[in-house]
Design a protein around this ligand. Sequence first.
Ligand SMILES: [Zn+2]
Length: 67
Amino acid sequence: MSAAAASSVSAFETVTVSTAKVACDGDVAAGLGHPRVFLDLTGEGKIVCPYCSRTYVLAEGAKIGHH
Ligand SMILES: [Zn+2]
């Protein structure tokens, strides 16, 4: 919608992780931090952070604990 806002973020980064639970607090170094949230990849093996729109993907072969 607003083309003017396009300059701020190099968003939609994909982060590969090896655990089903990750904590995301944004890109603090770039001044884009947000309150820390814990994301659970157990379902689909990936999740998008609702704050910074990073996509976290569970690494292939990573174990997801089942209780
Ligand atoms: Zn985030």
